[in-house]
Design a protein around this ligand. Structure first.
Ligand SMILES: [Zn+2]
Length: 406
C-alpha cells in the first residue's frame, strides 16, 4: 500500500500521472534556431523561454505539430471509400497512427460517394471527434466532392456515378449529419449552381475550396469574389492534356486572393511545379497537404478498392490508378512534404512548418493551435532532419506524450 502511494506521488511529481501537472520540453526552436524550454500546464503552452547558457548541445528541433487538412484515411482505415466499413475503432487507429507521423490535427476528408454513405460516416465521425482519447485532434471535416467536374481527368479518382450538381439542400443534409463540423468544402465552380453554393457556404463561415475543376478565369474569379479562399491540391485533379493558354492553372495562380494547397510527396507534382507555385503564392498563401489514403503505411502491391477499382502501391510509395492514368491519392504523410518542399524550393524550416501547421490553423480560424506560443495547445513535435527527411522523435498532444521513437 505504502509503495503504491509512493509510486503515485512520484508519477504526480514527474508529471506522468496528472494531466494538470506542469512539465517542460526542450529543443531547438524551429524559427529562431536557438534552444528553448517550453513549459506546459493544463495541456497548454504556459511559457517559451530561451535557454541562455545550455549545459548540453541540442541536436533536435521543437515545433508545433502538423495540421493536415486532407486525410482520406490512414493505415488501412478509410473515411469514405466504397461501401465504407468505417467503425469507431478505425477513427482511433487512424488518429494514433497519424500522431506517430507528427500530425496532431487533421481533417478527415470524405470524398465523392453515395450520399447515404457520406451521411452515415459524418454521423459517426462527429459523434467520436469529441472523445477524450482523441484529444481534440479532429476539429472538423473536409468534404471533397461530390459537386465536382465529372469529366475524366478533372474528376481524378472520384467515382463518376456519385458526382452530382451543387445543391444547397443536399449539402445541408450532409452538414447536419456532420453536426455542422464541415470546415471545408471542395467543389468545381463551373458546375451549375456552384457559385450560389460558394456564397451560401462562405456566409456560414465554411472554407470553400476549388478543386477537381476546369473553371475559366471568369468562373474562377467569380468564385473567389463569392468567397472561395483556396485551391485544393493545385496541379492535381486536372486533365493531362490542357490548352496552353486557357487552362485552369493560370487563373488560380494569377488570382492573388486565392491560397493553394499542394501535395509535396514527390509524385503528385514535379519539383519545378512546386517551386513555381511556391514562388507565385509565397509562404503565407501556401499550405502543404497530404491527400493521404487508407493505403498509407501498407505493403507495396496491387489492391482492389471497395468500389472494385484496381490500384497499385509501388515500392517507392506512389499510389496509381492505371485505368484513368491518374494518381489515386497519396501514401505519404505530410511530414514527407515538409522535408520535400525544403529540398525543392530551398525554403527554411520555419517556412515549411508555417505551411504545414500555422497556415491551416489560421485558415479555419482555429486560434488555439498552429504555433509554439504561450496560450496555445501543447501540440508539439520533436524531430531531427536527415537528408531533407523529418526524423520524428516525439509527439505531444495537449501536453501528453503520445509517441516516442523507439
Ligand atoms: Zn482530390
Amino acid at each position: 500500500m505504502k509503495i503504491k502511494f509512493m509510486l503515485l506521488l512520484l508519477s504526480v511529481v514527474l508529471g506522468t500521472g496528472n494531466l494538470n501537472a506542469q512539465h517542460t520540453i526542450e529543443g531547438i526552436h524551429y524559427i529562431t534556431g536557438k534552444p528553448v524550454q517550453v513549459t506546459i500546464k493544463n495541456g497548454k503552452i504556459k511559457k517559451v523561454k530561451a535557454i541562455k547558457n545550455p549545459d548540453k548541445t541540442y541536436d533536435y528541433y521543437i515545433a508545433p505539430g502538423f495540421f493536415d487538412n486532407q486525410v482520406n484515411g490512414f493505415a488501412g482505415v478509410s473515411f469514405a471509400f466504397g461501401e465504407s466499413d468505417l467503425a469507431e475503432e478505425g477513427i482511433f487507429k487512424a488518429t494514433n497512427e497519424l500522431w506517430k507521423k507528427g500530425v496532431t490535427t487533421y481533417l478527415p476528408t470524405l470524398t465523392t460517394n453515395d450520399l447515404d454513405v457520406l451521411r452515415k460516416n459524418f454521423k459517426m465521425l462527429s459523434k467520436v471527434m469529441n472523445d477524450k482519447e482523441l484529444r481534440g485532434s479532429i476539429p472538423g471535416f473536409h468534404l471533397e466532392g461530390p459537386f465536382i467536374n465529372p469529366e475524366d481527368g478533372y474528376r481524378g479518382a472520384h467515382p463518376k456515378q456519385y458526382v452530382c450538381l451543387p445543391d444547397w439542400g443536399e449539402f445541408m443534409k450532409l452538414y447536419r449529419a456532420a453536426d455542422e463540423k464541415i470546415l471545408e468544402l471542395t467543389l468545381a465552380p463551373e458546375m451549375p449552381g456552384a457559385q450560389e453554393l460558394i456564397k451560401k457556404c462562405s456566409d456560414k463561415g465554411i472554407v470553400v475550396a476549388v478543386g477537381h475543376h476546369n473553371a475559366t478565369k471568369e468562373q474562377l474569379d467569380e468564385a473567389v469574389a463569392k468567397g472561395a479562399r483556396i485551391s485544393t491540391h493545385l496541379g492535381n485533379g486536372c486533365a493531362n492534356m490542357i490548352n496552353r493558354h486557357k487552362n485552369p492553372l493560370w487563373p488560380q495562380l494569377a488570382n492573388d486572393d486565392l491560397m493553394i494547397s499542394i501535395i509535396c510527396d514527390g509524385f503528385h507534382l514535379l519539383p519545378e511545379e512546386i517551386k513555381t507555385f511556391f514562388k507565385v503564392k509565397g509562404v503565407d498563401k501556401t499550405i502543404i497537404t497530404s491527400d493521404v489514403t487508407s493505403y498509407a503505411a501498407l505493403e507495396p502491391g496491387i489492391y482492389k478498392t471497395e468500389t472494385g477499382e484496381t490500384i497499385e502501391l509501388t515500392p517507392e510509395g506512389m499510389l496509381c490508378y492505371p485505368a484513368q492514368k491518374v494518381l489515386y491519392g497519396s501514401a505519404s504523410p505530410i511530414s514527407k512534404g515538409v522535408g520535400h518542399i525544403m529540398e525543392v524550393t530551398g525554403c527554411s524550416l520555419a517556412d515549411a512548418i508555417q505551411m504545414a501547421s500555422t497556415n491551416p490553423a489560421k485558415l479555419y480560424g482555429l486560434n488555439d493551435r498552429g504555433t509554439l506560443d504561450e496560450g496555445k495547445r501543447a501540440d508539439i513535435i520533436l524531430f531531427k532532419i536527415n537528408d531533407s527527411k523529418i526524423d520524428l522523435l516525439k509527439t505531444y498532444v495537449e501536453g501528453e506524450m503520445v509517441y516516442e521513437k523507439k
